[in-house]
Write a protein that binds this ligand. Sequence first.
Ligand code: H2U
Ligand code: ZN
Length: 353
Amino acid sequence: MMHLADYPQRRYNPLAGEWVLVSPHRTKRPWQGQVEKPTIDKLPEYDETCYLCPGNERAGGVKNPKYDGVFTFPNDFAALLPEAPEESMNEANGLFQAVTERGRCEVLCFSPRHDLTLPRMDLASIEKVVRVWQEKYRTLGSDPHISYVQIFENRGSVMGCSNPHPHGQIWATEHLPDLPAKEDSRQRLYKKEHGSCLLCDYVQQELKKNERIIFQNDSFVALVPFWAVWPYEVMILPKRHFASIDQMTDKEVSDFADALKRMGTRFDNLFLTSFPYSMGFHQKPTKPVQDTEGDAAWHFHVHYFPPLLRSATVRKFMVGFELLAMPQRDITPESAAERLRSLSEVHYMEQQQ
Ligand code: H2U
Ligand code: ZN
């Protein structure tokens, strides 16, 4: 790549249609981490004060069943409601626009064990979580009012996560939200212009270049995207073309569980801490946007957006130029990938036992 390793540059994100400024000259060495002691959070397997543990009471007095496996329930403080009057306003040349938004919010406990996290769960239990995600995508998406099902996990108090009990959320919305909408139109445009799928082509190119790949299994590739904004931003992409999580084969379900476990373990091993992030899936809207090209253009994928920069406590802030102009990063996606690639796939908490 010519002088791109040494000089400031803009990189293009074809999936979102956005640019990021990369300033590699600011970090002469790829790794300037400060070494901190590993955080071993000794959590109990069951916490009587946890609103997600089996048998405990949630806000509003509802009691969780004594579940074993995956447990889902409607969010007691849902941001969206299933019923709302259909109303909209559009005044003064569009200066004041609003429209009611219906939807559903659910919480999904990955495990009855309070002390586990996805990477520390066994593969069979992670597979069960994937099956429930598939089921939720299907059932929530089959509601004619729902256009999009956003599945995600917020991890760590720094990401606003309220509770260490392993859990994720699902928000199903009447309208297609902005980020998936951008990806939807970019992917459909690429399909129209090139006759192929944007992310199928991208995965093939990344495998060929082999500069940003972290690991792969038979069905999935984990990589730091060429256009990553966050220092350790990662994507997991299926090698085969499919548009939504419910289209995974049985083999892909178990390979997906494997990929999530391995990626989560590497993240935790990076700064010897339960690595905070927002992670979620982008996939085909459950209501076609314009035409029926959705399946051909949409390529299911996972985004991880982690805030940490140099250690368990030193994080990146999106401020100043980034808040006012465009995102910027110092360490290159290539060196972030190299660092993630070098890590063990045995979790540090298991290594010390
Ligand atoms: P976090 O992933 O950000 O921690 O969110 C957990 C969700 O759990 C949050 O959206 C919900 C909150 O509204 N919640 C309940 O549904 N019931 C409760 O008793 C407490 C929290
Ligand atoms: Zn708990």
